[in-house]
Design a protein around this ligand. Structure first.
Ligand SMILES: *Cc1c(COP(=O)(O)O)cnc(C)c1O
Length: 456
């Protein structure tokens, strides 16, 4: 081990960021606005505030303010699990016999097991401050629902979670964590909403999708007085809250004058990656530094690498606003054999614009190769990674192996977004050798894209 750089670089409590950084302020090409699907006009504050809390609408719409103060109550909560460590992956470097220096920012050190708590606590705070009774949301794998139930318990808010049915059945333990924190959990599609009943009628026996659960949660929020809807990814506000990841990473690297060459993150809806890279992309946008940034997505749900940059619905039920993003079409549902998370059909509008403008790269990886990376990482670095995070591990390993070939000692930083203790069904498939790689055909993606709304 390099004596100068510790295995874990910790910051002090005082160094938890005091402000979130809004990368939109430095973007020349701003992300396209959300559109009202009926009028195709940009969503106004008025319209958004029927669905989201007022302060979160302001954050959603603000493309110009570079920094937002983090309220003290949220910073106090952050102290329970932040600052999170930046780890030098000495053991992984050794196992790979690579000259590359690898670092990861570990966000799994809280009960929800992922970075999602960073935004959940902010969204719950603003809901409470507005005097609301509760919030509704959807959850796929369950990390977001768990994070939100923790945040709601902290502020005494009611929390209604629609959980994608196949996860509800496959992951009873996550459900119990949510219920322990006081949330009510409903498998989606359900008969408790109009959109759920319609989807069940059209597709009897469906195991659900994130898009469908979103529709149900939104419908419940807008039809229940004192409730608003909250979302764990994709939105600008979520990416903003997640910048605590990137700001801490940058502060830790700066302590030891380390400049990364490559920054890697997994991409589902884009919030952890957006949060990790924002301060670095800000430097790129201002012409101060150059970095290579790589988004890693599943080959079975390849929004960046095979999707289209177009306006689309964020939900299967087509009731949410339209977002301009890399999308596979709101009707796209990844193969049921896909076990690695990151199942959303679209992508953050901010990341979509950055990708479109050439500020980042994207690659798609197949799930068996992702679990191979996860297995190696677990064995040498000790932490059992979430399957989602393992997409980033895969790419980091591949880049480090390239360095071994070229003899270059590049510095690679990746986001380790969470732990995999609740994903053992997927690990079981991998360990039993029955995991398969299902990649959608061009025809399947084309068919789903043919149903994009006609906007431009
Ligand atoms: C939700 C989740 C992701 C993907 O969501 P993003 O919004 O793309 O960050 C990645 N890793 C973990 C552990 C998650 O829970």
């Amino acid at each position: 081990m390099d004596k100068k750089i510790p295995y874990k670089i910790y910051l002090s409590e005082e160094e938890i960021p005091r402000q979130w950084y809004n990368v939109r302020a430095d973007m020349k090409n701003k992300p396209a606005p959300l559109l009202n699907p009926a009028t195709l006009e940009p969503m106004s504050f008025q319209e958004l505030s029927g669905v989201f809390c007022d302060e979160l609408c302001r954050q959603e719409l603000d493309n110009d303010t570079p920094y937002f103060d983090i309220p003290q109550e949220i910073r106090d909560f952050y102290k329970m699990y932040r600052p999170s460590p930046l780890v030098r992956a000495y053991f992984l470097e050794k196992a790979l016999d690579t000259p590359a220096h690898i670092y990861y920012k570990f966000e799994g050190n809280n009960t929800s097991g992922s970075h999602k708590l960073n935004s959940a606590i902010a969204q719950a705070y603003y809901a409470k401050k507005q005097g609301l009774k509760g919030v509704t949301t959807e959850t796929g794998a369950g990390q977001w629902g768990t994070a939100l139930s923790m945040a709601c318990a902290y502020f005494g808010l009611d929390c209604k979670v629609f959980m994608v049915k196949c996860s509800y059945e496959q992951k009873p333990f996550r459900r119990e964590v949510m219920r322990t924190y006081g949330a009510s959990v409903t498998p989606s599609p359900s008969t408790s909403t109009a959109v759920g009943r319609k989807i069940l009628e059209e597709f009897p026996g469906t195991t659900g999708s994130l898009g469908c659960a979103i529709s149900e949660a939104v419908e419940t929020a807008v039809s229940s007085p004192g409730y608003r809807y909250v979302l764990g990814s994709v939105l600008n506000q979520v990416l903003l809250h997640q910048t605590v990841i990137g700001l801490e990473t940058k502060a830790a690297l700066d302590k030891y004058s380390i400049k990364p060459d490559i920054i890697i993150g997994c991409a589902g809806g884009g919030s952890n990656l957006g949060g990790l890279i924002s301060p670095f992309v800000g430097e790129m946008l201002r012409g101060e530094q150059q970095y290579r940034i790589i988004a890693v997505e599943p080959a079975s749900c390849p929004s960046f690498t095979r999707g289209k940059f177009a306006y689309d619905f964020a939900d299967t039920g087509m009731i949410c606003p339209l977002a301009k993003m890399y999308t596979l079409g709101s009707q796209f549902i990844p193969s049921s054999s896909h076990a690695g998370g990151l199942r959303f059909h679209g992508m953050s509008t901010i990341l979509s614009q950055l990708y479109h403008d050439g500020l980042m790269e994207a690659r798609a990886v197949e799930q068996t190769s992702v679990f191979e990376a996860a297995e190696l990482f677990a064995r040498v670095e000790g932490t059992l990674p979430a399957p989602e995070s393992s997409h980033a591990i895969r790419a980091a390993i591949d880049e480090a192996l390239l360095c071994k070939q070229t003899g270059e000692s590049k510095t690679i930083v990746f986001g380790l977004t969470g732990t995999g203790y609740f994903d053992l069904k997927a690990y079981e498939q991998f360990n039993d050798g029955v995991m398969s790689d299902t990649v959608p055909t061009d025809e399947m993606i084309g068919q789903s894209l043919s149903k994009l709304p006609k906007v431009d």
